[in-house]
Structures are given as C-alpha cells and as structure tokens.
Ligand binder design. Sequence first.
Ligand SMILES: [Zn+2]
Length: 457
Amino acid sequence: MATLEFLGAAGTVTGSMHLVTAGERRVLLDCGLFQGLKALRLRNWDQRLADARHVDAVVLSHAHIDHSGYLPLLARQGFRGPIFCTAGTADLLGVVLPDAARLQQEDADRANRRGFSKHAPALPLYTPADAQAALGLVRPCDYDTAFPVTDGVTALLRQAGHILGSATVELDLEGTRLVFSGDLGRYDRPIVPDPAPVPAADVLLLESTYGNRSHPPGAEDDLARVVRDASQQGGVILVPAFAVDRTQELLWILHRLEQAGQVPALPVYIDSPMAIEVTEIYRRHPEDCDAEMAQALASGDRPLATKHLHIARTEQESRAINRVRGPAVIISASGMATGGRILHHLAQRLPDPRTTVLLVGFQAAGTRGRALEDGARELKMFGAMVAVHATVQRIDALSAHADVGEIMRWLGGFGHAPRAVYLVHGEPEGCGALAAAIRARYGWRVTAAADGQTVGL
Ligand SMILES: [Zn+2]
C-alpha cells in the first residue's frame, strides 16, 4: 500500500515536504526550509530523511524557499534523482537557491564577526556549490501534460495561480490519485492566471494558510491610501516583500495607480538583487502570465516598473538608501523580515514615527514581521533592541494565497469527494477553521496533518 508521511508544514506554514512511498519507490512532494520560530529553524539542521539517496525523485509545487530551499541539503546528502517542476519554477530556482545559499553564508559570517553564535565558527546551512548541485537535477515539465516520475508513478502539473510557475501536483500511484494543492493562489489577481480546477482526487493534501480569513476586496484602494498618507507626512513606506511575486505584484499595482493618477509618482527603491532577476524571469514567461500581463509585455509596455524606479544591486547601493528622505517607497526582502536587506532598513527606520511599515504577505509566528503585525514596541535585530515608533499597516488583500472562500471555490471543481483530505501549510487556527468549513459545506473527511505522521493512501 502507498503511504504519505508529513515531514514539514504540518501545523505550521513553512518547511513544506511530504514523502510518498509506493512499494519500493519514494517520491518527495516539495522540499522546503523551515522559517520563523527558532525551534522550527533549528529543524533545518536535522536530517529530515533517513536516507536521501533512497528518494527516487522530487516533484515541486513552486519556487518559494519554504517549498524548495531544502533541495541543496538533499543534494548534499546524496540525492541524485530528478527534480520535476514547471519551466517557470525551474528558472526561478536558478535565482532563489543560490541566493538562499548566499544569505546563509552572510548570516554565518555576521555571527562570526559579532560573536553572537554559540557555535565557533558558525557554519552556513549549505553552500553555493550545494545549490548548484541541486540545480543540476532540475527537469522542467509542461503544465497539463502527464509525465513519468519513477516506476509506477506519473505526475501532472496544473496552474495553481500563486506565483509564476506555481502548480498543483497530481500523482498517479498505480490507480490511486493523490492531489497536492501546493500553495493555492487567488482568482482575478494581477499577473498570474486563476488556479485551474482539478477534476478528481482519491486523497487531497490541501494548504490552509488563510483557512480562517477572508481577504477584503480593494487592495489597490488600500495601497493608494497608504501611499498618499505617507507621501503627505513625508515618510518612507518600507515594504518587506518576498522577491518572488510580492515585489512584482506591488510594482504592477503601483504602476497602474501612477498611470491613473491615483498616487503621486514617488521614488520607488527595489533593494533586492534577486527581485530584479525575478522580474526579468516574469518578463520571459508571458505564456505563464494572465492575459492582461501577457498583452502588456507584448505591447512593449513595462508593467513591472514605476515612473521613478531605483534599483539597488550592490551592498553599497543598498546602504546608500539609508540616506533617502521621504516620501519614498522601499521594497526589500525577506517578506517576513527573517533576514536579508530589509533588516538594515527596519533597524534604521523603525524608530522614526514618519515611517510606515507595510505588510503585504502572511507573517508566520516567530518572525519579526509577525511581531510588527502584533504591535511589538521593540524588535531584536543584529543582537540589539530597536524601538518601533513607525506605523504598521497590513493589506491582506495583496496576499498570494487563497482565502477560505477561494479555497472553497477551488474545491468545488472536484467531481466527487476525496476519500480523505489532509490539511497542511497552516497554523492551527487556519487549519481548524478550514476543516470546519469543508465539513460544513462539502461533508468531506478532513484531518489536520500531524508532524511526522504517516498515513495510508
Ligand atoms: Zn508560496
């Protein structure tokens, strides 16, 4: 009998990794890093698989690091099998995995310089060479075309509507159909198409990030208001944003608001070399974008650029932004302020009451982003406490994750009830609320996946 083991993203939103065993064959669905709470991050150092050499293949839902960032470790532990994903995801991995390796090296270097690691010397989780080894195993696949994964296992990737290249994964295990939602996107969002319906599943593995929230409409109006307010008070809007997708969507909306005259054309600083590369990858994949974006690209318009766009590639250019006086917008990674260049901007600007911190994505428990969202009056950064006098705003409607209503809408595409639904990629509140909603609406058997649990398929 085939089994499914939850190796991450069970009861939490990071570390997505699930092991499917069918006879002698072992396939990983996603291979992500834990982020957020220290207890979770420490788990990245655990060997999560008894023997990575015995995994036959990996199928990835998308390129976000909490779904892909463990791949270099898998390669280091001896995995040599194929990593299947869409062409868009493959291109994005070429940027995000080396970047993750570089960030880990920088963290280790900083800890060594300042002596705040308990380990001497602090070592990076993995190296650029490990990232390259993983990239050498990537096999791009088309959407909507079944392909063999290993003996007795085929897969089919469908549009998930979450970020460029994101897919839902259907695994056919000799008659048993396992569907994995990956991260499910939204309907009528800019740039990426809507999530495609999936006709049938015997077992469904479903994300539940926003299982307890409904995104309000009007993201553009909310963003316009934040930009106008900040520009009136002369402050800087500081946006922690994932370099993949969040940054591109913000640029798209700001571009449209500027063109419509709804906001002043402020200087916009993109302080993330990766965001710049990712934006180029979006431009190279019009076939993966929605009709409006594809048309804008074809017409020669630059839909992912604002009027006064400044790009910081080097560390010096990044530090030079510290001298910028408002009004201005600074977009930098990481999206939950767990690392990256956003940290030095926060450290410099949080004490200034004219600063607005704008949160545009899910902030996991234990991250600085969550602390800000929860109203923290001080934050620990670089080993010191920083006072928070900035205004913190949140625009949930900019999320790239389906809310409860949108998840329900996607579930409506299934032709019959799955035998079992396992909820992953959610904190307990989101997961519990979604389980209740699915039982009430569809009457399906729904269980919250437990960390380390193995279930029969
Ligand atoms: Zn994601």
